[in-house]
Ligand binder design. Structure first.
Ligand SMILES: [Zn+2]
Ligand SMILES: [Zn+2]
Length: 116
C-alpha cells in the first residue's frame, strides 16, 4: 500500500508520475517519481482540460512558486454521507501534464485489459 500524493488515500497500486521538484533538483535532476491514485488521474485529466487558473502560493505536488496554478478538484473518501469530501488542490502546468500522462497510460492499460 502507498499513499496517493494528491488525496492521501492508501491504495494497493498507484499511477506513477514524474514530477520536477525544484527543492530536490540537485538530487533528482530529471524529476522525482510520485504516485497518485486512479481517481486523482481522472481529476487531473479534467483539470488539465479546464485549466481554470486560481490564485495560490505554490503547486501542491512540486512546491514550485511564482507560476500559474490550476484548480484540481479531487474527492477524498470519508466515513460519513456522502462518503467523500470535496477538496481543491492547486497544481502547476507541468504537474498537470505529468498527471495527464499517467491518466493516458492508465486508460490504455484499461483498454488493453478489457480485450482479454
Ligand atoms: Zn488520489
Ligand atoms: Zn507542480
Amino acid at each position: 500500500m502507498a499513499d496517493c500524493e494528491l488525496c492521501g488515500v492508501a491504495r494497493p497500486t498507484l499511477c506513477p508520475i514524474k514530477v520536477d521538484v525544484p527543492a530536490y533538483r540537485s538530487a533528482f535532476p530529471t524529476g522525482m517519481w510520485m504516485g497518485i491514485c486512479e481517481e486523482c488521474t481522472n481529476a487531473s485529466h479534467k483539470a488539465n482540460g479546464l485549466r481554470s487558473k486560481v490564485d495560490g502560493k505554490k503547486c501542491y505536488l512540486c512546491g514550485i512558486k511564482g507560476v500559474d496554478l490550476f484548480s484540481t478538484d479531487i474527492k477524498i473518501p470519508d466515513f460519513s454521507e456522502p462518503y467523500y469530501k470535496d477538496k481543491r488542490r492547486l497544481l502547476c502546468g507541468p504537474c498537470l501534464e505529468a498527471a495527464e500522462n499517467a491518466y493516458n497510460i492508465r486508460q490504455k492499460e484499461k483498454a488493453h485489459a478489457s480485450h482479454h
